[in-house]
Design a protein. Sequence first.
Length: 94
Amino acid sequence: MEASSNSAAEDFLKDTTAETLPDRKRVLIVEDNPGDVRLIKEAFHETNDSLLIAMAKDGVEALDYLFQRAGFENAWRPDLMMLDLNLPKKSGHE
């Protein structure tokens, strides 16, 4: 994973641990297409503005997020995961 991804992940997650936001539903979007990420985020925010949304751009980053490693040590456990099946590095099938 690139260093810039780690710092972005740390910036996003530093104030959004499960302990600090226990009542909000959490969604992990695993998608490599920025346009698709934008559409999914907009759809979620139109229906429920209180959702917390995290993103992973490939299967490896998603696994790092879920196992809380490689810059995601403080990541919260998602209530829902939207997973693209055709991802770089490690596909959604794997």
